[in-house]
Design a binder for this molecule. Structure first.
Ligand code: HEM
Ligand SMILES: [Ca+2]
Length: 701
């Protein structure tokens, strides 16, 4: 099937020979294909073949994601037309899969019916403040890092047909089904904790993940999603299966699902987007959030969402007041549904804020921090208007978020060696000089869809709450699956926030390895909620992420010629596990390879992951820093902090944010909230002794 031509020597003449009429016809056919899909959607919707979603959702399972905007639907429909047109063209001019990825991007969409999908150019006005959607950060490439732009790739995509179908096995056949890989490899954890960090590492990690990446499931025009299995958990007849569905079939020997009569695990493909070149091409997935670490999970990823979240006075963000506690604003229409059965509907900059109550707790203290700063700034500068107060508070919050990420979070997960070797350690005085305008800051697909998801293994299935006396409150502790997409604890339980903050800074996370909480692989007591491991494998494949072995090479290791050559990075028993589910060492999914890599060798320097995950994460966080013109420690720019202000920002810590924004009963904490010790030995100190920012340096004279 593959072409015998060397992919690099594909003759340009063949490109030039493609008749414009071929391009036009293919474009026409692609558009038609998508029109047909829209017709199908109308029928599926009218027959109720959608997954059950309404505005104020009922209790959800681990797989539930939300979609934020119609804007990305428009982009997706345009991009899908291009992908479909590209497949038609591939057939018409007889391109192999390999050739397709080389040739298609050389063929322009100008003068075809798809011309109107070509992106418009952006005009930038200089501003002291970041835009909301990430545009105009890089002045030479104003769309770099903008929301609703595509992920970049560290390695070329590997699709079976070269354009959009899930990664094949190296022998050209199909890989073993994702759920069977999960069943074959993942074990339920026993005593498997990492005591040198606290569970705050897990929650803070999820919090910043929701800043930098969101690949949304495909949605219909009206926001609903296709049902990818029927309501009884059976496969749908193909006539009712939406083309963006990729359900995971359950095998006959699946202990949990099949034995309970379930044969289908729902899975919807991610939204795709177009690149900037206005050509035919392959499927590239869309990041719906700004790629920058810019607080978009708090403020929103575009100006409309952001304006909606602002109160319009005093620079404040909207909040709701529940029995005197400042919580997230409640979505219109959901006010009467604030309870556990229907779940609350908190609004925030990222749609996943209620994914679990601890995440909501972390997000809440940053929201409150914004309002706390805005009020203090107003006291210092009564002449500032709403806009100035808002922007200045936002600028400080983002700076703190970046500082805490690079100063506390990354050292906790990457370890000191990787921090130093990758140039991620920030200077402790003077200005930083990391910015390089040639660096594309966008999130890599390989990072978001696979490598960084190994962090899911650190999830605790049972969340410990600590009472005001700092003792575990077993009565109120709870299982994760009871509260997926349900932050009602924050509303119902006046002591929840503080107890959760004490718990997050005391309980250790799970280690990152093949042991997982059953809360996310079979959703604990809530039967058949979905398997996050299987979904992640499926996600990597449908995003065309190449196999693990190729990334070994990318990361400076030897590509393995056989399973046994993995011995340097894997325990022998893990190599056996891999052999039991993959036919070839080249077949190993990136996520599974990263998960099973032994990190004992790097553990001494404190890294929580193996070498390949570390390499891909370090690469990402370098670009997230050095590709951001607004990174907080950069000097010499109109938007730079003064050196005095910068030194104040450097005082900030997660501990201080917790101290300043809890409900009043957290007044002791360890100075590095993500750093742990065996449970009992964590040393809490009074909040008074934890450094804080002196805002007097923001007083205008
Ligand atoms: C209770 C904790 C968590 C739960 C229940 C959870 C659940 C999920 C789910 C359901 C997805 C989407 C899966 C898909 O459809 O492809 C996802 C994606 C993801 N998760 Fe988590 N997660 C948690 C914590 C974390 C943590 C701690 C991290 C990292 C430190 C993390 C990193 C990611 C990343 C990078 C993605 C891909 C995001 C995207 O591009 O859309 N998650 N998670
Ligand atoms: Ca962002």
């Amino acid at each position: 099937e593959e072409s015998v031509l060397d992919e690099n020597s594909f003759p340009d003449t063949k490109v030039n020979d493609v008749a414009i009429s071929e391009l036009q016809s293919a474009a026409q056919q692609g558009l038609q294909e998508v029109q047909d899909m829209i017709e199908l959607e109308k029928r599926l919707f009218s027959e109720g073949l959608i997954s059950n979603k309404n505005k104020c959702p009922g209790r959800r399972n681990v797989l539930q994601k939300k979609s934020s905007s119609n804007q990305s639907r428009q982009k997706t429909v345009g991009a899908l037309s291009i992908v479909e047109a590209s497949k038609k063209l591939q057939k018409r001019i007889n391109l192999s899969g390999k050739e397709a990825s080389k040739v298609l991007p050389k063929l322009s969409l100008r003068n075809t019916v798809l011309e109107n999908t070509c992106p418009e150019s952006i005009n930038c006005a200089m501003s002291k403040y970041r835009s909301f959607d990430g545009s105009c950060n890089n002045l030479a490439n104003p769309s770099w890092g903008q929301h609703n732009t595509i992920f970049q790739r560290l390695l070329p995509a590997h699709y079976a047909n070269g354009i959009d179908s899930p990664r094949p096995a190296s022998d050209g056949g199909e890989l073993l089904n994702a759920r069977e890989i999960s069943n074959g490899i993942i074990r339920i954890y026993g005593l498997d904790e990492t005591t040198n960090v606290t569970l705050a590492v897990m929650s803070f990690g999820q919090f910043i993940t929701h800043d930098i990446t969101l690949s949304e499931d495909f949605t219909f025009e009206n926001g609903s999603s296709p049902a990818c299995c029927d309501s009884q958990g059976q496969l749908l007849p193909s006539i009712d299966l939406h083309p963006q569905c990729l359900p995971i079939e359950i095998s006959k020997n699946d202990q949990l699902y099949h034995f309970n009569g379930i044969n289908c695990m729902s899975f919807t493909r991610s939204k795709v987007g177009v690149d900037l070149s206005c050509t035919f091409g392959i499927a590239e997935q869309l990041n719906s959030n700004t790629h920058y670490l810019d607080g978009s999970q708090i403020y929103g990823s575009d100006v409309t969402i952001s304006n909606n979240l602002r109160s319009g006075v005093g620079g404040l963000m909207k909040t709701s007041n529940i029995d005197g506690r400042e919580l997230f604003p409640i979505a219109p229409g959901c006010e009467n549904q604030i309870n556990h059965e229907l779940a609350v509907c908190f609004q925030a900059g990222d749609v996943r804020v209620e994914e679990n109550p601890q995440l909501a707790a972390i997000q809440l203290i940053f929201l409150r921090e914004h309002n706390r700063l805005a009020k203090e700034l107003q006291g210092l500068n009564p002449q500032w208007d709403d806009e100035t107060l808002f922007q200045e508070a936002r600028r400080i919050v983002i700076a703190q978020l970046q500082h805490i990420t690079y100063n506390e979070y990354l050292p906790s997960i990457l370890g000191s060696q990787v921090m130093t070797d990758s140039g991620l350690t920030l200077p402790s005085s003077g200005y930083g000089n990391g910015y390089d305008e040639t660096i594309d800051p966008s999130i890599s697909n390989d990072f978001a869809a696979a490598a960084f998801r190994v962090t899911h293994s650190s999830i605790q299935g049972f969340l410990n709450l600590y009472d005001a006396a700092d003792q575990e409150d077993t009565q109120r502790s709870f299982s994760l699956s009871q509260y997926f997409f349900d932050a009602s604890r924050l509303v119902d339980d006046p002591e929840f926030l503080d107890s959760a903050l004490r718990g997050l800074t005391k309980q250790p996370p799970q280690a990152i390895d093949e042991l997982y909480s059953s809360e996310v692989t079979s959703s604990g007591d809530k039967a058949f909620g979905g398997d996050l491991v299987a979904i992640t494998i499926q996600r990597g494949r449908e995003h065309g992420i190449p196999g693990y072995n190729q990334f070994r090479e990318f990361c400076g290791m030897q590509k393995a010629n056989s399973f046994d050559e993995l011995i340097g990075e894997f325990f022998p028993e893990n190599i056996n596990l891999l052999k039991s589910v993959y036919k070839s060492v080249d077949d190993i999914d990136l996520y599974i390879g990263c998960l099973l890599e032994n990190h004992i060798t790097v553990f001494k320097s404190g890294a929580l992951m193996g070498p390949t995950a570390l390499c891909i994460a370090a690469n990402q966080f370098q670009r997230t820093k050095n590709g951001d013109r607004f990174f907080y420690d950069i000097g010499g720019q109109p938007h730079s902090f003064t050196l005095d202000q910068l030194n104040q920002i450097r005082q900030s810590s997660l501990a201080r944010i917790i101290c300043d924004n809890n409900d009043g009963s957290v007044n002791k904490i360890q100075p590095l909230a993500m750093t742990g010790e065996p449970y009992s030995t964590i040393q809490r100190v009074p909040c008074d002794s934890i450094p804080s920012i002196d805002l007097n340096y923001w007083k205008e004279i």
